[in-house]
Design a protein around this ligand. Structure first.
Ligand code: 5AD
Ligand code: SF4
Length: 446
């Protein structure tokens, strides 16, 4: 079979990164090899995001740029998937005339048939139906050569309807994947050299709710923990309201569960949390943080924060800052509120102007950077277990690994330690990474 080239660009979250891996895996049997050189491409896929206006704008400008490749090569096929594709459907063609197809978040599995059809007849194809069955979630993406970690989707969709968020509209209702399928996939990945899995979902804490007599999320983690050869388990994302005591205790009990939780708080004001329809108060959130730190003192806690939500007063904002001072997150993604069509927040009064939102974000990010630097500095002199992932991005001669708490450590070491667990002493701390010195091998992971 003649080789064809697939150029795939991913916007947005880890969910999308994994969906793109699945897309590439589905197209491989049809002869498509992934390339990072767009000029070679026979097929271009953009896996899009629409969570904020900025993410959507990036997609449009990239699609505009890609138009010239189509002029040079009329056989080139260009398609869009992901959340923006789900949102716009066939309206996408009005904005971008040179698009050949649009496929939504539940239609990844239809990619091969779409491509085959386009190869015989050039007619625009749009697939944005939602299904009541899980079609795309379990597509197996074999790990890349030398990969040590992999994503595994355990639940699709979201039932929460936070006032600002488009995800429930674009990814559909929550649907958990049967535990046996997940366990089989983790075993397969482990057999192929994977040492660490990240369990993925919009709200992994809801796992199992729609399954009859199935495991809940903690049960699933415990079951995955039994898989021989697997060293580390992570998960993302958690909803604070649904974070159970059982799961918190699991951080102390399950050796393979890494000491890191991403727990988006969104705001430190009860009034704003209510407007956002988040379903918890600041005190309830803080209690969960205290509990996590009690059972697992070394846990790292990261978060998402939105500033400038409609109606957010200077005082509400200050409450967010105060909460951050109390918690001192290891890291946080922070965003200016971005109005999305069809969400409840779109109709709220009290829109905050762009300049004010920008200022609030700037100060909050400076504070977060200070906390990040301080938290990293606290690790100097400590011994950390690393899973070695590969060469460092900073230097050809260094390797990079992650601590159990999800921090990047660069250190001098031999390439044959990729995939192994090693112990290092932390010698330096930067904003986004640490420097380590090798101690000795942490354990036999083979
Ligand atoms: N505006 C700004 N940030 C948003 N997020 C989700 N929707 C919006 C929006 N409309 C942020 C939340 C979420 C993260 C993935 O993106 O903080 O946790
Ligand atoms: Fe991911 Fe949400 Fe963006 Fe969709 S809208 S790609 S789920 S971040």
């Amino acid at each position: 079979m003649k080789n064809k080239y697939l150029y795939i660009q991913t916007f947005g979250c880890q969910m999308n990164v994994h969906d793109s891996e699945q897309m590439a895996a589905l197209l491989a049997p049809g002869g498509y090899k992934v390339t990072d050189n767009v000029k070679l491409a026979d097929l271009i896929l953009l896996n899009t995001c629409s969570i904020r206006e900025k993410a959507a704008q990036k997609v449009y400008s990239e699609l505009g740029r890609l138009g010239k490749f189509k002029e040079q090569n009329p056989d080139l096929i260009i398609g869009v998937g992901g959340c923006l594709a789900q949102h716009l459907g066939a309206k996408f063609y009005k904005r971008i005339g040179h698009l050949d197809f649009v496929f939504g978040t539940h239609n990844i599995h239809r990619l091969p048939e779409i491509i085959t059809s386009l190869q015989s007849k050039r007619e625009k194809i749009t697939k944005v139906d939602f299904y009541k069955t899980l079609n795309s979630i379990g597509i197996y993406a074999p790990p890349a050569n030398g990969a040590v970690n992999a994503f595994v989707t355990i639940i699709q969709g979201c039932n929460n309807f936070c006032a600002y968020c488009v995800v429930p509209y674009l990814r559909g209702p929550e649907m958990s994947r049967p535990a046996d399928d997940i366990i089989e996939e983790v075993k397969k990945l482990t057999d192929q050299g994977i040492k660490e899995v990240t369990l993925l979902g919009q709200n992994v804490n809801s796992y199992g709710k729609n399954l009859k007599n199935g495991l809940n999320f903690t049960g699933l983690i415990r079951k995955i923990g039994e898989i021989a050869g697997l060293e580390r388990i992570r998960f993302t994302t958690s909803h604070p309201r649904d974070l159970s005591e059982e799961l918190i205790n699991c951080f102390a009990e399950e050796r393979k569960l890494c000491e890191h939780i991403h727990l988006p708080v969104q705001s430190g004001s009860n009034r704003v949390l209510k407007l956002m329809n988040r379903g918890y108060t600041v005190d309830e959130y803080m209690e969960k943080i205290d509990h996590l730190r009690r059972v697992c003192p070394q846990i790292s806690i990261t978060s998402d924060i939105i500033v400038g939500f409609p109606g957010e007063t200077e005082r509400d904002y200050q409450e967010t800052i105060d909460m951050m001072e109390k918690i001192r997150f290891d890291s946080a993604f922070s965003f200016k509120y971005s109005e999305r069509k069809g969400t409840a927040a779109e109709k709220l009064a009290g829109k905050i102007d762009e300049c004010e939102r920008q200022q609030r974000l700037k100060y909050l990010q400076e504070l977060q950077n200070k906390h990040m630097q301080e938290r990293n500095a606290e690790l100097i002199g400590s011994c950390q277990e690393l899973l070695v992932e590969g060469r460092s991005k900073n230097s050809e001669n260094d390797l990079m690994g992650r601590t159990r708490s999800w921090k990047i450590v660069n250190f001098k070491g031999e390439l044959d330690s990729v995939g192994k667990l090693l112990n290092v002493t932390i010698t330096k701390a930067y904003l986004h990474s640490l420097r380590g010195k090798l101690l000795e091998e942490a354990g036999n992971v083979n």
